[in-house]
Design a protein around this ligand. Structure first.
Ligand code: FAD
Length: 493
């Protein structure tokens, strides 16, 4: 086959659209399922209040990011199923990732943030930022279906009470706040609030998928790619090996599983070109394993390095502000303290959609944490380890603490210490924004080509060196647009 793409998240979806539009038959191999069939309740995805097997990837118990309430474990037993959200454990961190056709777009908060230009230039100096900000970021925003909230509606609707009170407390303490675009259709959300359509964002649906309203990749890039008639998707297929084929091209081995995770069959195909789009963790794991096992032994030593967690740390405040029983699951506002050179912070004002008043103000802080980690193949276990240590999260906590200490002090509020463990204030042992592991212009050339292997490309979040200062999917998409345009023009004509 001419082109095989491993994974169907942002990088994979952009690659699929641009390859198929160029007339190239393209095959996506995706380990998760195609989320098109409703369950017995008539819904494709389950909500956060009543998680079932559809919530998590092959687990018998949920592993919620906010795993405790009032100090007691809040996780529930579920049936083992190929659910939408994976929490993948390494020694000192858990990495949350979407599983299914659409990758992370199925489970994320939809926050569509273009990074600050100066920081983008600092992080990716080899990329022409004029081109990014004039061409590829706008192209990505259009392709993703990004829209903005009606600010007058935001000021009055019950479902953003939580964001308004967090904004007030931040502003009172001298911090700026900003509206954040989203790929959730805000017009649909307005109709939800008016009880005119079935509820999704207003029905505690987010991290296990949204049944309505969200423009996930299966509705945007992947739908457009499918419309060319040149796209094939093999869902519930996990790529396990990529090696140079003797007659040219690459031999790709994969395992097909059923929805309980059992192996159905193993398959081997040959592809002229392979695009790695399995996400920062998935791509890094595959490439590091293939190098160690001698299948792609000439990959550069930089493959597997430069991984970071985008400075992620979660925290919650407790006070007397009513945050609302009805909360939109789609964040629409952030606290922007990135200009603070003592410790930049961009904090998403996150919902806590419990369906009842909780007085909880929740935040996902993105900080400028300089620490990085590496993936390595463990020949004893046959698995890939990630060297991230718990202590490496400390700079993120220090930066976030400066902001939230100041907010608490001004508001007379305190941290909640019952949500991430017993007497544990910081949600510092998990990540929503894994980045890096196959960094642009280090592990690849300046367009994602893997050196020494004609026809192997990396197109996903592993290209971004560990930090981008905002929620990352717009950057991943725009970089994929830039790189695919170059690759199609120069390698595929
Ligand atoms: P992914 O989207 O992770 O796609 C990789 C795909 O490859 C997956 O579908 C996976 O199943 C598949 N795959 C992996 N390994 C294999 C294999 N061996 N064989 C076959 N298939 C494989 N970002 C934002 O910008 N805004 C947000 O509001 C936001 N909220 C988030 C909330 C949550 C709960 C989570 C988990 C993430 C959130 N993110 C958010 C992060 C965002 O979703 C990711 O940065 C983004 O999805 C990464 O894109 P990607 O293309 O690198 O990989």
């Amino acid at each position: 086959m001419p082109a095989l793409i491993i994974g169907s998240g942002y990088g994979g979806a952009v690659a699929a659209l641009r390859l198929t539009q160029a007339g190239i038959d393209t095959h996506i191999v995706e380990m998760g399922q195609s989320w098109t069939t409703p369950g017995s309740d008539g819904k494709i995805f389950c909500n956060m209040l009543n998680p079932d097997g559809r919530s998590f990837w092959l687990r018998t118990q949920t592993d919620q990011p906010v795993g405790y309430f009032l100090g007691s474990p809040a996780n529930k037993s579920i049936s083992k199923y190929t659910g939408a959200l994976d929490s993948e454990s390494f020694a000192a961190t858990r990495v949350y990732q979407g599983r299914g056709v659409g990758g992370g777009s199925l489970v994320n908060g939809g926050m569509a943030v273009t990074p600050k230009r100066a920081y983008f230039e600092e992080v990716l100096p080899s990329v022409n930022s004029n081109e990014m900000y004039s061409t590829y970021f706008p192209r990505a925003n259009t392709g993703l279906g990004v829209n903005n909230i009606d600010q007058a509606w935001f000021e009055t609707t019950d479902c953003y009470q939580y964001a308004r009170v967090s904004r007030k407390r931040a502003n009172d303490a001298g911090f700026a706040t900003t509206f954040v675009p989203n790929v959730y259709d805000f017009d649909y959300m307005k109709q939800e609030a008016a009880n005119q359509v079935p509820r999704s964002a207003l029905a505690s649906e987010v991290i296990y998928g949204n049944n309505y309203g969200k423009k996930s990749l299966d509705k945007t890039y992947l739908a457009a790619a499918a419309a060319t008639g040149k796209l094939t998707i093999s869902a519930l297929h996990t790529v396990t090996s990529v090696a140079s084929a003797s007659g040219g091209g690459y031999t790709v081995e994969m395992v097909q599983i059923d929805t309980s995770g059992n192996t159905v069959t193993q398959k081997t195909v040959t592809a002229d070109r392979v695009f790695f789009a399995a996400g920062s963790v998935g791509t890094s794991k595959l490439l590091v394993s293939m190098r160690a096992q001698g299948k792609l032994s000439n990959l550069p030593s930089a493959v597997g390095t430069g991984w970071g967690n985008n400075g992620n740390v979660m925290v919650a405040r407790a006070g007397l502000d009513l945050t609302g029983a009805l909360q939109s699951g789609m964040p629409a506002m952030g606290i922007d303290n990135w200009a603070d050179t003592n410790g930049p912070v961009f904090a998403e004002i996150a919902p806590f959609p419990a369906g009842t008043e909780t007085w909880i103000n929740l935040y996902l802080a993105i900080t400028k944490n300089p620490n990085r980690a590496a993936f390595s193949f463990n020949s004893t276990t046959g698995k890939v380890d990630l060297s991230w240590k718990a202590s490496q999260t400390q700079p993120s906590i220090d930066a976030a603490k400066r902001v939230f200490d100041a907010i608490n002090s001004k508001a007379g509020t305190v941290y909640r210490s019952d949500l991430f463990g017993v007497n544990k204030t910081w949600g510092d042992d998990f990540v929503y924004h894994p980045l890096g592991g196959c960094v642009l212009n280090q592990a690849t050339d300046n367009y994602g080509r893997l050196p020494g292997y004609d026809g192997l490309y990396v197109v996903d979040g592993s290209l971004i060196p560990g930090s981008i200062g905002v929620n990352p999917f717009v950057t991943i998409t725009a970089l994929a647009e830039r790189n695919m345009e170059k690759i199609i023009a120069t390698d595929l004509q």
